[in-house]
Each structure stands twice: as C-alpha cells, then as structure tokens.
Design a protein around this ligand. Sequence first.
Ligand SMILES: Nc1ncnc2c1ncn2[C@@H]1O[C@H](COP(=O)(O)OP(=O)(O)O)[C@@H](O)[C@H]1O
Ligand SMILES: [Mg+2]
Length: 369
Amino acid sequence: MKVLNSLKKRSPSQISWEQIINHLEDGVVNLDQDGKIAFFNEAAEVLSEISSAQALRQPLNQIFKREPWLIDLVKKTCPPRQESARGEGDLITRWGRKTPVSVTASPLQDRHGHFLGTILLLRDIKHQKELEEDLKRADRLVMMGTLSAGLAHEIRNPLGGIKGAAQLLRRSIDEHPSLREYTDIMIREVDRVNQLIEQLLDLSRPPRLTLAPVNIHEILEDVLLLEGQAVAGKEISVRKKFDPSLPPIRGDRAQLTQVFLNLTKNAFQAMERTGTLTITTRLETDYHVRDQGSGRSRFIWVDVADEGAGIAEEDLPHIFSPYFTTKNGGTGLGLAICYRIIKEHGGLIRVESIPGKGTNFKVSLVVAD
Ligand SMILES: Nc1ncnc2c1ncn2[C@@H]1O[C@H](COP(=O)(O)OP(=O)(O)O)[C@@H](O)[C@H]1O
Ligand SMILES: [Mg+2]
C-alpha cells in the first residue's frame, strides 16, 4: 500500500494537461466554434503581450486585429473547408513591437467530423530570421568587398598617373601663377579620391584585431567621455545600467571603442532635442540566440538604446550596408564598420526600432576565458 502511495505521488497523471501546455515554449491558442478564445497559454501571452484574462472569451479578430493574415489562416480551418493551414507573419503589439512567428492552425473535430473549434500553435522565429538575415548580409558584404577591392585597384593606377602629370604641369607653369590654381585643384581632388578609395579598401579588408581580455565598462566610459560634447545644447541624459559582476570580454580595445562611438553618435544624432540614452550591460542567459558552433563560450550583451526618431521599416534591411545614410552629410559607414568589427570578434549585432519611439542596438561579445 505504501509503495503504491508513493508511486501515486509521482504519477504524471497528477500534472494536468493545462499545466503541461502552459509550460510549452510555443504559444497555444484554442478557439471555440464561434472564433472566440477559449484557451491562451503563457507563451501566447508573452508573444502577443496580451494576458490570458484579457484574451479569454474575446473574438480572435478582436484580439488579433493587427494581424489580418492570422485571421485568414484561421478561416481555412473553419467550415466548410476545415483544413489545416500554415503561415508566417508578424505579431504586432499595442506598443508597435513586431515579433515574426510561424503559425500552424488546425481544425478541432469530434469523432463525426463536426467542427468544434481551432487550435493555433505560434512559434517565435525572430532568432531564426535574424540568423538568416545575418548570413545574407555577410554574403553581400563579402561580395561587395571583393568587387570594391578590385575596382579600387583599377582606379588607383590612373589616379597616380593624373596626379604625377598635374605635378609636372605645375612645375612648368611656375611663371603663370593664375594657372597654378588649376593644377592645385587637380592634385587636391586626386588626393580626396585616393582617401575615399582608402576607406573603401579598409572596409573590404578584415581588421587586424589584437585580442585581449578587456573590461567593457571601461570602454563604454571612455566613449561617453569622448561623446560628451555631442550632447551640448540638447537636453539629453545618459543612463548607465551596468552589471558590476560582468566578466572581462575578449576583444580589441581600440576597435570596440570605435563600435560604441559609432553607436552612441548615431543615438545622439537620432535624438533631436531631448531624450535618454540608456546603455545596459548583462550576461547572456537566453541560449536560443545562436546556432551551434559558438561552442561553450559565454557571451555578454551591451544595449545602446535611444529615444530618438527610430528607423523606418523600409530602411532597416539597409542600415548595415556601406554608404547607406539618411543624413545630410552622413557617410553611411558607421554601422557597416560596427558590423564588420563585431563579426570579426565572433559576436552579434542586432537592432530593434520603433519609429517615433526609439532604437536599440544590441551587441554581444565573447567572455574572455
Ligand atoms: N540610433 C539610430 N536611430 C535612428 N536611425 C539610425 C540610428 N543609427 C543608425 N540609423 C540609421 O542608419 C543609417 C546608417 O547609419 P551609419 O552607418 O552610422 O551612417 P551615418 O550615421 O553616416 O548615416 C543612418 O543614416 C540612419 O538612417
Ligand atoms: Mg553614423
């Protein structure tokens, strides 16, 4: 009897289905015959930023009114078709945050095939999308790098010829000072093109990193000191949310300073007059972000978040591309350089932006062992 009792205690039947489904990583939503929400698990709450109390007994098209694609998917599961359907799309929260999800919608039927409702399975595919995007971007950059390196060499040779000829010309027209002005312009402009080509080549050459254990907080403090004047005349405050127990990371101090200088510069530029720049550091605890291959390394994250204008959705895919800029007099090189340096460090760079609200650039780096 005793044995039986102790067995009974551990029996999995004591864990209810509801508990199990509530703890799944995927969102599970059950709709009744009328399309009203009958069940909404915890993952669905997290994904939609809607509590189960708010969602229950409400019509699906009320709760997901920003997701017409999802409603179309559910329609396929209803009579007369009663088919399963799959799709991908964004869940958009009240605050405008978007999470890409994949959805499987299946009709729920009794033994006689009578329609009882719909089951929705929602899976967060943000990390998967980001990794795919990363690969595409890396490919594009390698291609651009090869292309521009070739082109740069082709341009450099004739430029050298032009400059040499202009210098000779200048010497032989010494007695006509008014003409010297023209040769000087030629030489100056050739030097300028050379400088541009140098930058282009810099971008296509992987940086030579000197890796050593570095304290990321020291780098960030340096950057804030250097960028301090940039906020003069604006009402901008800086909030530091540093985790004091953060271990040192493996990195190149000068290059990483460059990365965070570029990011804070952009953040300050995005805030016209007022706002807060928040820099947060933390140890990575979410292990889904990476694919395999990062081994046993531990990572830290640095968030550089502003309350500026945000980035338009159609611009987001381009911001890391060299020469993409929306600023008068911008070079469009800042983020391309950040991307390349972080990549060489074996880290990740991510962006989340809500137009009108602000932007958060997130950088991960490897902890020094
Ligand atoms: N913090 C930010 N807020 C809003 N937009 C940004 C931010 N950072 C970058 N961007 C966008 O990305 C573009 C590229 O940035 P970057 O490579 O640094 O070049 P640049 O600053 O010279 O324009 C910017 O022109 C801007 O449109
Ligand atoms: Mg910039």
